[in-house]
Design a protein around this ligand. Sequence first.
Ligand code: PLP
Length: 421
Amino acid sequence: MLPASRVTARRLEAMDLPDVLHPFAKPSNRDFLTITEGDGAVVRDSAGREYIDAMASLWYCNVGHGRTEIIEAVTEQLRRLDAFHTFDIFTNPPAEELASELVALAPGDGFRVFYTGSGSESVDSAIKLARAAHARAGRPGRRLIVSRTPSYHGVTYGGLTATGIPANQEHFGPLVDDIVQVPYDDAEAVEKVARERPGELAAVIAEPVVGAAGVYPPPPGYLTELRRICDEHGAWLIADEVICGFGRLGQWWGSQHYGVRPDLVTFAKGVTSGYIPLGGVLVGPAVRGPLEADPDFVLRHGHTYSGHPVACAAGIAALGITRAENLPARAPGIGERLAAGLSEIAEQGLVAEARGAGAMWAVGMHPHVSAVAVRDALLQHGVIARAIGDATVSFCPPLVITEEQLDTCVAALRAALEEVI
Ligand code: PLP
């Protein structure tokens, strides 16, 4: 029998269109790169070629690929209990243990954990929890959510409506009512909405650093200003930490990096480093309170796989590695090295700008240069980066990446740009 990877490669050659209808891809595309193996910051394709995974897959593989600690924890949990739900009266040990760890790490006191299966579900849940908690507190008129452009909050209807990328919303309407957008760097615009619609603002949602919409750090003081506006106008602050959480910016949470205490924190990706899908919301005391007040109230929201024991076992192991290897502390060094290399490329005039924070960086292309072409050229140099639209190439490497591998990424980008321009 052929190894699985060869079977996949042969099948793809032989057929018209793959059976998988790929996400964020052209449905007509026939040309795919089949990734079959991974180890640390390196992945291999079906032809045996190696690439540095300079995007931690899709912003999530912080601990690197092939970690036996997670593989063993998952295997052990599968043997013990494959799955059992956490609706109504049920729970399981990994769900409780991981929640306790997350609560201990949370950017503030008194949080509880609501589990989901992805970042989008986490954003939807945060929006629903914010609206429900206001309603339970006797403020049913507080339904308005303010988000920002650009931003990325996912693809389910709540997350998609909050997402500040108009192209992502095309063809999918009608979207969710009462989610409005303001420019990502303009706190005054948030306050203007709050003033114009008194008593209506439920929450403001913000990524500490805008990630998948292009890597845009906030202006100085922006997030503390958002916190002040929320406090003054009776709204909650939702930190969407799906990318920034678990060490990306140098501390466990992006909120901590910028010195703010959110009321709700959405997470996913880094919580398991993607080994098993898992997400959730850290629910702070102001939001919990109204939900817990009436002993007869039932929170009619949740997912079949909320608190899945195997996913939570992966989370406990991934957090264990993050803590044992102090991975958050590696982010600033990664960032400095990337920033130095990318800024030099910008100074040479090969790209319009380099921007980023912590261990997430991007280069903005000159108008005539295609980010997709640069991404493709980078592959030829053994580096997987990400094209965001056709104007940005991003880097968000595993936090275990070595200095040599980072230097290889920068050198490969320079070579790719020189070929494409
Ligand atoms: N929120 C943020 C900040 C994200 O970066 C993402 C995904 O990149 C999401 C939400 C959506 O997560 P998912 O793709 O797991 O649904």
